[in-house]
Design a protein. Structure first.
Length: 380
């Protein structure tokens, strides 16, 4: 928990889920710079205000009295925003939309926290451009390391003439003047590509990637190694693709065993949409599947899964952390039935085998290459 000072008063803010050991703030200098700019410019906030990519709700919470609409790809970010709004502005009506929801039809003030993924920014600017008009105030914000020439070109091509501010505390603003006459053309997303041969049940098949999903234009090396060494199972297994991304791992398990039931889970709404498309394009029509945007396996009943497949991320925005992997591994152990298995692929240097042995009491190396390792842990 931290105290965030804004021109609209101080806010008590926290991330979700809380990680007391890491002490990461729910805001940064870019949030503070953007809010100070709005106050200094006397920006009219009486119309439809949209906060795109508001990571932990800093913008929505600070501006809660103006009832902005937040648009986020992150389930965890949405949960943080919900908690921060309840704590600081319990009576405010602030819609929390995902990047897959229909955006407002008219936007008078568009605030953009620049995401790590340029593709996600491109996709969302395309989605919101029809709602922007000549009088819309468009302000982007990010740390200097997050804003590149390519970032500015996207604003320029899709919204209108763009310039940047001076840097303040290593943060910078993007100031964009909408040009209603622009024709940016159609969005290139989602992207579809054929998988290479020699990777198991999905060899040569097509996967779908919505913008912002990890390795959207190719199969990453770690996932390739896991696909080449998937466990051979049959019967009515309950299989979880945890941190599913585009769903290629869970879909491969479904194709190999059509009698199984799949659960695809990711904290990214874009990823869940990708997994759903990949599954429906490739799996047997009779194979059952659920698709869930959530916090790892927090909402999955204990002892309900037979197999969990996992390629955990080790970044949270700009922070490198193993907290997500720790939460995934702990959730997997709770969700597995006795005898159930967790299969993990990860970079060798992350040392996941140490944590899995502590948690499960066992861990074996199934496959490895110079960079990645596939591990198997069994719930006793």
């Amino acid at each position: 928990m931290g105290r965030f000072s804004t021109p609209w008063g101080a806010r008590e803010m926290s991330r979700f889920p809380a990680e007391p050991r890491e002490q990461l703030q729910a805001w940064d200098a870019a949030d503070a710079y953007l809010l100070s700019h709005l106050a200094e410019q006397g920006t009219d906030l009486s119309g439809e205000v949209v906060a795109l990519g508001d990571r932990w709700g800093a913008l929505a919470t600070a501006l809660a009295d103006h009832e902005p609409t937040q648009i986020s790809d992150s389930y965890l970010g949405q949960q943080a925003s919900l908690a921060n709004l309840r704590r600081n502005a319990p009576d405010a009506r602030v819609p929390l939309l995902s990047t897959r929801d229909t955006p407002p039809r008219r936007i008078d003030v568009l605030l953009v926290r620049v995401p790590k993924s340029l593709a996600l920014l491109e996709d969302q600017l395309h989605r919101l451009a029809p709602a922007v008009h000549a009088g819309t105030v468009v302000v982007g914000a990010g740390m200097v390391s997050e804003i590149h020439t390519s970032t500015l070109r996207l604003f320029e091509r899709i919204i209108g003439p763009t310039r940047t501010s001076l840097a303040v505390r290593k943060a910078r603003l993007i100031l964009c003047t909408p040009d209603p006459g622009l024709d940016p053309g159609p969005s290139p997303w989602p992207l579809r590509y054929a998988l290479p041969d020699g990777i198991g049940p999905l060899s040569g098949r097509t996967v779908t990637n919505h913008a912002g999903v990890f390795c959207a234009d190719r199969l990453d090396v770690g996932t390739r190694l896991l696909l080449q060494h998937l466990p051979h199972r049959d019967g009515q297994d309950r299989v979880v693709d945890l941190g599913c991304g585009n769903g290629v791992v869970g879909t491969a398990a479904a194709v190999a065993n059509p009698a199984s039931e799949l659960l695809f889970v990711d904290e990214s709404h874009q990823a869940v949409a990708s997994a759903e498309a990949t599954f429906h394009d490739n799996a047997d029509p009779g194979t059952k599947a659920e698709f869930l945007a959530g916090d790892a396996l927090a909402s999955v009943p204990p002892g309900s899964a037979d197999l969990v497949l996992n390629n955990p991320p080790f970044h949270s925005h700009r922070a490198t952390s193993d907290s997500t992997a720790r939460r995934m591994f702990g959730g997997a152990r709770a969700a597995l039935r006795p005898g159930g298995e967790l299969w993990v692929v990860g970079n060798r240097h992350l040392g996941y085998h140490v944590r899995l042995r502590r948690l499960f009491g066992n861990c074996e190396v199934v496959a490895s290459d110079p960079k990645f390792v596939v591990l198997r842990a069994v719930r006793r």
